[in-house]
Design a protein around this ligand. Structure first.
Ligand code: ZN
Ligand code: MN
Length: 476
């Protein structure tokens, strides 16, 4: 019998908060600053006697995230010193939170959250100089929010990989909707680490490894799959004791993980409460009910509302959730159109045609909601064919204009005028004797060929159904 393996994963996600100033000083928090060491001061450079002053707005942002995932906001909280030495951490310790994180519990995208705490970011080292390294402290002391999930055990590797990366994606969206972080993974504003282990005994977790350097959710999903497969192979070969507790990196080019360093023993950070920072009673600092009331619409609520109000496909909704500008544009169009039928057509044109054009050309812009809605109405009223609609769309995404004027000007309005169509049909019949004979001889498909000729003659502006009806009448 084949052995059943269980896959366990847990996530640790660090996100830089979007605040004006750093976590414990007045220095500018500017992730786009390119000049090294300009946003620094005695506090974030750890000069003797400099006293840290916590950033209240950063603390509020963490509370907001906690409320958004249904977590518990701590009444009492404090900051601790996490002691370790590294050149990018000028104090010799990082101010973090240990026993009393701001948030405990909560749920998002099918995973439960253990805690969210607040700490300060490190500086950045540059090791590209050969025999020496440089450190830039602009980032040192920037507010950094750390979320830790519970370890979840899954029956299948695929499920573990899918849920793990989906959690990261949903968390990123949440932070962006709340406006607390840009959470751009490529810029390092959001850093995802995954703890991964495999076991053949559901009641006993296996040795876990931690995978870092994940700069996209696709990488996260692939790294989880890669690592679980690597571990499974070792089990199958009876070499499971070769799985060691270690940190592994993700190599994007090779699409594989590699060992970075093994943990000899758990590092002792000698956490203790920072004596320079006061303790806080968050419930006295913030009105949590007020924060809840002031919260914007979140991805989950928006999903539900779009499904209920517009009845469109789930994948369409996802496009609007992921691209808020697109979602706002769609909503505006939907309100102009009003009818559910038209809204569905509009959504199809947006997600397949408009996004298709945009994918191939970065110049493509959203036309005004009014013009886009006008185009959809031309289609649903049968005034332009779907072929002509696609042509008009390709024009208005470059030069926004009224689709009705374009259709009139370019002679794209469907010829629904029976008299005019009859004339064209007669002409086609007289010039296509063979096809007409085929049709009369019982070959039904010959009629389609004649309709095609009429469409060609009218540059696609004839209504095919009407053309077919007229042909049948004329050919009696
Ligand atoms: Zn500073
Ligand atoms: Mn941390």
């Amino acid at each position: 019998m084949e052995t059943q393996y269980f896959s366990a994963i847990g996530l640790e996600i660090h996100a830089e908060l979007k605040t004006n100033s750093k976590m414990f000083c007045g220095c500018k928090n500017d992730p786009d600053e390119k000049r090294p060491n300009v946003n620094i001061c005695p506090v974030c450079m750890a000069h003797p006697g400099a006293i840290p002053v916590p950033n209240k707005s950063a603390m509020k942002k963490v509370a907001e995230v906690g409320l958004a995932i249904g977590g518990t906001i701590a009444d009492f909280t404090e900051f601790d010193r996490k002691n370790y030495f590294y050149p990018d951490i000028p104090k010799g310790y990082q101010i973090s939170q240990y026993k009393y994180p701001i948030v405990s519990g909560g749920e998002l995208a099918g995973m439960t959250v253990t805690r969210i705490h607040l700490e300060e970011d490190t500086g950045t080292s540059k090791h590209d100089r050969g025999d020496y390294s440089l450190v830039d402290y602009n980032r040192a002391g920037v507010p950094l929010m750390e979320l830790v999930t519970d370890t979840h055990v899954f029956d299948s590797m695929e499920e573990a990989a899918k849920i793990g990366s989906a959690f990261g994606k949903e968390y990123q969206l949440l932070l962006q909707y709340l406006g607390v972080s840009e959470a751009n993974m490529e810029k390092g504003e959001m850093r995802v680490e995954v703890n991964i282990s495999i076991t053949n005994d559901k009641n006993k977790l296996g040795t876990k490894v931690e995978v870092k350097n994940l700069n996209s959710f696709r990488s996260a999903e692939r790294a989880i799959m890669y690592e679980l497969n690597r571990m499974k192979d070792l089990y199958e070969e009876g070499r499971q004791n070769e799985i060691v507790q270690e940190t592994r990196g993700w190599n994007e080019a090779k699409q594989s993980t590699y060992s970075q360093r093994t943990k000899e023993s758990a590092q002792d950070y000698r956490y203790f409460p920072d004596p320079d920072i006061p303790k806080f009673k968050l419930t006295e600092m913030f009105d949590l009910e007020e924060i809840k009331k002031g919260m914007p619409e979140l991805p989950k609520q928006k999903r539900e509302r779009f499904a209920k109000d517009f009845g469109i496909k789930a994948e369409d909704i996802e496009s609007y959730i992921n691209d808020r500008e697109l979602g706002a544009w769609f909503e505006k169009i939907a309100h102009i159109l009003g009818s559910a039928e038209k809204v569905k057509v509009a959504s199809n044109y947006i997600t397949s045609d408009f996004l298709g054009l945009k994918k191939n050309n970065s110049e493509i812009k959203m036309p005004s909601a009014e013009n886009f809605a006008e185009l959809i109405t031309l289609v649903t009223d049968g005034k332009v064919s779907s072929r002509a609609a696609k042509d008009i769309l390709a024009m208005i995404v470059i030069n926004d204009a009224s689709p009705l004027s374009i259709a009139t000007e370019k002679d794209l309005l469907q010829k629904n005028d029976e008299g005019a169509l009859k004339e064209i049909a007669s002409k086609i019949i007289s010039t296509n004797e063979k096809i007409v004979a085929d049709y009369k001889g019982g070959k039904e498909t010959a009629l389609m060929s004649l309709v095609g000729q009429i469409m060609k003659e009218t540059k696609g502006s004839a209504n095919p159904a009407m053309a077919s009806k007229i042909l049948k009448e004329l050919l009696g």
